[in-house]
Design a protein around this ligand. Sequence first.
Ligand code: FES
Length: 132
Amino acid sequence: MSAPPESFHHIHIEPQGWEFSSTAGQSLLLAALQAGYRLPHSCRNGTCRACMTRLMEGRVEYQVEWPGLLREEKEEGWILPCVACARSDLRLDAPLAVALRSNCSGGTLAPSSSPAPVDKSVHSLQIDAPSD
Ligand code: FES
Protein backbone atom coordinates (compact mmCIF):
# COMPACT_ATOMS: atom_id res chain seq x y z
CA MET A 1 0.00 0.00 0.00
CA SER A 2 1.40 3.40 -0.95
CA ALA A 3 1.49 6.39 1.38
CA PRO A 4 -1.32 8.92 0.94
CA PRO A 5 -0.34 12.10 -0.92
CA GLU A 6 0.86 14.86 1.37
CA SER A 7 -1.92 17.38 1.94
CA PHE A 8 -1.28 21.02 1.24
CA HIS A 9 -3.18 24.26 1.06
CA HIS A 10 -2.91 27.29 -1.21
CA ILE A 11 -1.93 30.50 0.59
CA HIS A 12 -2.70 33.83 -1.08
CA ILE A 13 -0.94 37.02 0.06
CA GLU A 14 -2.86 40.24 -0.48
CA PRO A 15 -2.59 42.92 -1.70
CA GLN A 16 0.40 41.64 -3.74
CA GLY A 17 -1.54 38.71 -5.20
CA TRP A 18 1.27 36.24 -4.50
CA GLU A 19 0.54 32.60 -3.69
CA PHE A 20 2.38 29.57 -2.43
CA SER A 21 1.62 26.18 -0.92
CA SER A 22 1.83 25.09 2.69
CA THR A 23 2.04 21.45 3.73
CA ALA A 24 0.20 20.00 6.72
CA GLY A 25 1.86 20.94 10.00
CA GLN A 26 4.12 23.56 8.41
CA SER A 27 3.95 27.09 9.84
CA LEU A 28 2.75 29.74 7.44
CA LEU A 29 5.93 31.73 8.07
CA LEU A 30 8.17 28.79 7.15
CA ALA A 31 6.08 27.96 4.08
CA ALA A 32 6.28 31.58 2.92
CA LEU A 33 10.04 31.74 3.45
CA GLN A 34 10.57 28.47 1.57
CA ALA A 35 8.52 29.86 -1.31
CA GLY A 36 10.60 33.06 -1.36
CA TYR A 37 8.30 35.45 0.50
CA ARG A 38 9.31 37.17 3.72
CA LEU A 39 6.55 37.96 6.18
CA PRO A 40 7.44 40.29 9.07
CA HIS A 41 8.70 38.19 12.01
CA SER A 42 11.15 37.99 14.89
CA CYS A 43 10.86 35.33 17.61
CA ARG A 44 9.24 32.56 15.51
CA ASN A 45 7.64 31.07 18.63
CA GLY A 46 4.39 32.99 19.00
CA THR A 47 5.40 35.45 21.70
CA CYS A 48 6.71 38.71 20.17
CA ARG A 49 3.68 39.39 17.90
CA ALA A 50 5.91 40.87 15.18
CA CYS A 51 4.25 38.60 12.63
CA MET A 52 0.61 39.51 13.42
CA THR A 53 -1.30 39.20 10.18
CA ARG A 54 -4.97 39.50 9.32
CA LEU A 55 -6.60 36.29 8.08
CA MET A 56 -9.12 37.30 5.42
CA GLU A 57 -10.34 33.80 4.52
CA GLY A 58 -9.71 30.28 5.76
CA ARG A 59 -8.95 28.42 8.96
CA VAL A 60 -5.70 27.91 10.89
CA GLU A 61 -4.57 25.83 13.83
CA TYR A 62 -1.67 26.58 16.16
CA GLN A 63 1.49 24.63 16.89
CA VAL A 64 1.54 26.07 20.42
CA GLU A 65 -1.18 25.95 23.04
CA TRP A 66 -1.17 29.66 23.89
CA PRO A 67 -0.22 31.82 20.88
CA GLY A 68 0.29 35.43 21.99
CA LEU A 69 -3.07 36.77 20.86
CA LEU A 70 -6.01 38.04 22.84
CA ARG A 71 -9.35 36.32 22.32
CA GLU A 72 -10.66 39.59 20.83
CA GLU A 73 -7.76 39.71 18.37
CA LYS A 74 -8.48 36.15 17.25
CA GLU A 75 -12.14 37.04 16.79
CA GLU A 76 -11.07 40.03 14.65
CA GLY A 77 -9.11 37.66 12.40
CA TRP A 78 -5.55 38.26 13.61
CA ILE A 79 -3.18 35.30 13.45
CA LEU A 80 0.49 34.62 14.19
CA PRO A 81 1.93 32.99 11.03
CA CYS A 82 5.09 31.84 12.83
CA VAL A 83 3.07 29.26 14.79
CA ALA A 84 -0.09 28.97 12.68
CA CYS A 85 -0.67 26.17 10.18
CA ALA A 86 -3.27 26.18 7.42
CA ARG A 87 -6.36 24.03 7.87
CA SER A 88 -7.78 25.22 4.54
CA ASP A 89 -6.78 27.43 1.66
CA LEU A 90 -6.05 30.89 3.09
CA ARG A 91 -6.07 34.53 2.09
CA LEU A 92 -3.80 36.74 4.20
CA ASP A 93 -3.68 40.54 4.33
CA ALA A 94 0.10 41.06 4.53
CA PRO A 95 1.01 44.39 2.90
CA LEU A 96 4.53 44.28 4.44
CA ALA A 97 5.39 40.91 2.86
CA VAL A 98 8.45 41.03 0.61
CA ALA A 99 9.48 38.82 -2.31
CA LEU A 100 12.99 37.57 -1.48
CA ARG A 101 13.96 36.73 -5.05
CA SER A 102 13.42 38.75 -8.16
CA ASN A 103 11.90 35.70 -9.83
CA CYS A 104 9.03 35.60 -7.28
CA SER A 105 6.17 37.20 -9.12
CA GLY A 106 2.76 36.44 -10.38
CA GLY A 107 2.32 33.61 -7.90
CA THR A 108 4.97 31.41 -9.49
CA LEU A 109 8.43 30.71 -8.17
CA ALA A 110 10.73 30.05 -11.10
CA PRO A 111 13.54 27.56 -10.44
CA SER A 112 16.96 29.07 -10.02
CA SER A 113 19.38 28.13 -12.81
CA SER A 114 22.50 28.66 -10.71
CA PRO A 115 23.39 29.27 -7.07
CA ALA A 116 23.49 32.87 -5.88
CA PRO A 117 27.00 34.38 -6.04
CA VAL A 118 28.87 34.61 -2.75
CA ASP A 119 30.26 37.99 -1.75
CA LYS A 120 33.78 37.19 -0.54
CA SER A 121 34.80 40.78 0.09
CA VAL A 122 36.00 41.68 3.56
CA HIS A 123 34.68 44.68 5.37
CA SER A 124 36.20 46.33 8.39
CA LEU A 125 35.06 49.03 10.75
CA GLN A 126 37.37 51.19 12.80
CA ILE A 127 36.00 52.92 15.87
CA ASP A 128 38.12 55.60 17.51
CA ALA A 129 37.84 55.76 21.29
CA PRO A 130 36.99 59.23 22.62
CA SER A 131 39.97 61.09 24.01
CA ASP A 132 39.86 62.51 27.52
S1 FES B 1 7.50 36.04 15.00
FE1 FES B 1 7.15 36.46 17.09
S2 FES B 1 5.06 36.00 17.38
FE2 FES B 1 5.43 35.44 15.32
